[in-house]
Write a protein that binds this ligand. Sequence first.
Ligand code: SFD
Ligand code: AMP
Length: 634
Amino acid sequence: MANFEKVVVETDLLILGGGMAACGAAVEAAYWAKQNGLKVTLVDKAAVDRSGAVAMGLSAINQYVGLKDGHNSIKDYVDYVRNDLMGITREDLVANIARHVDSSVHLFEKWGLPIWKDEQGGYVHEGRWQLMINGESYKVVVAEAAKNALLQSGVGEIFERIFIVGPLMDGDRCAGAVGFSVREDKFYIFKAKATVAAMGGAVHVFKPRSAGEGLGRAWYPPWNSGSSAYFTIAAGAEMTCQEVRFIPVRFKDAYGPVGAWFLLFKSRATNATGGNYMVERVGELEKWGPYGRVKPIPANLRNYLGMLDILEGKGPIYMRTEEAIQKIADTYKDDPKEYKKKMKELESEAWEDFLDMTISQAILWAASNVQPEERSSEIAAAEPYFIGSHSGASGAWVSGPEDLQTDDTRKDYFWGYANMCTVKGLFAAGDASGASSHKFSSGSHAEGRITAKAAIKFIVENNTLPKVDDNEIGLKMAEVLKPLDTYEKHKNETTDPEINPNYIKPRMFMFRLQKIMDEYAAGISAQFSTNESQLNRALELLAMLREDSDKLAAENHHELMRCWENIHRMWQAEAHVRTVLFRQETRWPGYYFRADKPKLDEEKWHVFANCKYDPKAAKWEVFSRPVRHVFPKA
Ligand code: SFD
Ligand code: AMP
């Protein structure tokens, strides 16, 4: 076996990940740990300052309820999320985040994040729930507060560049995690009384549009690879909404955001013939039950109307940037000086929107001579991602807060500690927790805070370090490092290290996974459409892929990480395919279409589709759970 030093770390609370949810968890945990004399350990595969989805920055905070201004209520937000997710959402979880999110935003501002202000000193809204920010350094600001909270209070420690592979278990209780350094020959064993999984969602499970040297360019950051899903599945936790992937419509090829264009600049998107699918196809919305009639129209239905244009050969679809800018500037047309000033301002806002969060889109505009005030830009539906914090919903099935349960929901949605999975001592937040979409960066931070507080309560009430069998640790270490051994053993049996009959490199393995998902599980090549036979074929091919995962080979630390990232993706893929197969209807056209079950079926399928893997029996179970209301329906 590869010669790695074994490092054992004992702690009270273990926070896995260093993104928005983990940073929220760190701030809250530091406070409660100090009160209770506990230790907190945060582990990130990267450097907290720039890790996760917010690494490049963001141009907006997408969840701000504004309770203080009295414009919106918590119920308003719950109604919005329920409708956007076509009726399938955990209202207790959404409401819990909604009532805490504003305070996370106020903290961001206090820590130095510039939020746009209007002339009266109020926040500039992009849309009803979204605030405009100068967010290039958003993650650095949030990370600094998390690091200060943990390190200055003396309760915490932070490990960076440690890739977490999977859970440690003590019977039915989570006992911590194992991982390895991506820089040094060290294998880490973290033993903890409670563990928070906050390792983001997953990208590159599906074949991306990008090819060749652009391959790493996707909407979602390439380093979030399904570790949260794998961790919770491997611990035996119940998962939810694994079918609810997210497909963002983005500026084509560099994936620039569209929110500011649609909401702030009030832009239209039109097809090759100048038609507006949102107007011309409005009749289609009638087919999608009550959800087709709400405002805003759910994200998947907006996608779907555009996709119908593409299917009918009416592409490309263009964001009419030039028209939107002109329309706003026209309100100043009687004052040439003001008009010129406004045009300059709008032009710079357009560029800043990309420079704050998707720099490559600004580079693509520059490289292809696009001036947004003069020329439209193509938009397109991206490949599917798993991001339960945005407009998808996949994640672990977690307990809601006690005070938001009704007599009806208490039995199904509550088991003691907010955001605890169905596995004792294991908690999930941000993309790691499911059925609570539209939390975005701010809501994920708030959910991290909620989760850490509950996890500390769990520790105080269950204050024993779980036992971990040394034998099990030895087996895990051998399993984790195996790709290095496989490479060493067989590296000389080929003239090209990339191709060898005795092993498979992680890059090739990823291509194989992506091809299966793309062609059989409603990826881009399949026009986001699938059916029962295709899904069963995907499962056959995934089973063979799983067999071959035993032969993954790594030349160095970096490739070892790539091996495990792809194993994590493969498990996310399987949970997805099994759940799409289970749900016998089409509920989210625009995310995926079950061509053999092409209609919404409110009577039978107004339920959550949950799944669970039993690691001992090596068996999946997929089943439904009721959708119950905490608030009266809108
Ligand atoms: O509009 C391991 N999001 C946006 N939110 C907003 O509020 N405003 C926006 O403007 C947003 N836009 C946006 C957004 C996301 C993306 C990808 C883009 C644009 C391009 C959503 C938020 O970013 C998202 O909701 C939150 O970041 C979710 O928080 P969290 O904590 O669940 O995930 P994370 O921040 O990505 O952090 C993950 C962490 O896990 C680490 N990690 N650590 C150890 N071991 C492993 N195996 C690990 N695997 C991962 C990561 O390093 C990271 O620290 S808009 O365009 O949509
Ligand atoms: P995006 O850039 O698409 O991630 O959008 C940012 C925010 O605006 C998210 O909260 C989206 O749900 C929302 N959004 C984007 N486009 C629209 C639209 N056409 N109508 C309503 N909300 C939108």
